[in-house]
Ligand binder design. Structure first.
Ligand code: XIL
Length: 315
């Protein structure tokens, strides 16, 4: 049957995958599926600060360029991930004074976003990632502790200056349903936009787990953000299960994937869904959540799972 990307394109949406540079270089099956099934890609790690600017002013775009070249070759959009985050950011940044940290952030955003500003493949960026705690207060990251909340508005302004045409997103996890964290994000986006800060888009990561249930207010949550005038998207979808997986896990997981696609289909402002990888052979889940895994739509041998069929049928 036709690849996922054809169905998504017919709806005016994207269906994407996060890509890792290693298997993209080494594995034909990985490359072929990545190219044929998806019309959008995100670098799983290659555009993060530790990859692109490991030491002050020393930029390395090897991995980032590899992803962008692959996407260009396959007529895919790239979502840049991520500019300002508390994780995977080198120690040299974390120890800077306030004035120097702001300058480093400005230089980093200008250089990384600027590199792809005239590249039609790279269309959007996660400007800030994971700035909230679960209770809706700001995360006490080195960014927040050094610069205060203003680092968020500054990051968006620097990104807009570097590429006036890129869609600029704020991204987080556990904000799929309506809850304290997503309401804090809603209030922040509303207030930033009222101040003229260029926030165009909200990303719901979508790291779901069958043991925690499906966030049933996902569509309603998307709709309230859409009413603020922003685009929404699911940026890092995966649905982890307790290992070893069985047919029951596969069926529940398929339902979650279907529900996410259905919610995005139902909301005009939802641009699409990016899955955080596609094969269980290459997934962050087993490394991060002990005893959980099998979160994606192809198994470790690149065979499709019920979750693939669910996405295909919903698109
Ligand atoms: C993860 C990658 O998948 C891993 O390979 C890496 O070791 C750690 O980061 N939220 C994000 C992503 O925004 O960048 C994270 O990706 C997963 C959680």
């Amino acid at each position: 049957s036709e690849p996922l990307r054809e169905h998504a394109a017919d709806r005016g949406k994207f269906i994407g995958a996060a890509l890792a540079t290693g298997p993209l270089s080494n594995e034909t099956a990985y490359r072929n599926i990545a190219a044929s099934e998806f019309n959008q890609v995100t670098a799983e790690n290659a555009m993060k600060w530790d990859a692109t600017e490991p030491s002050d002013g020393q930029y390395n775009f090897g991995g980032a360029d590899q992803i962008v070249a692959f996407a260009t070759q396959n007529n895919q959009q790239v979502h840049g991930h991520t500019l300002v985050w508390h994780s995977q950011t080198p120690n040299w940044v974390q120890g800077l004074s306030a004035a120097n940290m702001r300058t480093a952030m400005q230089d980093h955003i200008a250089t990384v976003v600027g590199r792809y500003a005239s590249n039609a493949t790279v269309v959007s960026w996660d400007v800030v990632n994971e700035v909230f705690n679960e209770d809706g207060t700001f995360r006490q990251s080195f960014w927040y502790n050094t610069l205060g909340q203003s680092f968020i508005a500054d990051a968006f302004r620097y990104a807009r200056a570097a590429d006036p045409n890129a869609r600029l997103c704020i991204n987080d996890y556990n904000v799929e349903g309506i809850n304290a964290k997503s309401t804090a994000m809603y209030n922040l986006v509303s207030s930033l936009r009222q101040q003229g800060v260029p926030v165009d888009c909200v990303g719901f990561q979508g790291h779901l787990a069958t043991q925690y249930g499906f966030p049933s207010s996902l569509q309603q949550n998307m709709e309230r953000f859409a009413a603020l005038g922003v685009q929404v998207r699911v940026t890092e979808l995966d649905v982890r299960v307790q290992m070893p997986r069985d047919a029951n896990d596969d069926a529940t997981q398929a339902t979650y994937y279907r529900n996410v696609i259905n919610a995005c289909n139902a909301v005009q402002a939802c641009a699409g869904v990016t899955i955080w990888g596609f094969t269980d052979k290459h997934s962050w889940v087993p490394d991060t959540f002990p005893s959980e895994g099998a979160a994606l739509i192809y198994d470790a041998n690149y065979a499709v799972k019920p979750s693939y069929t669910a996405v295909h049928d919903a698109l």
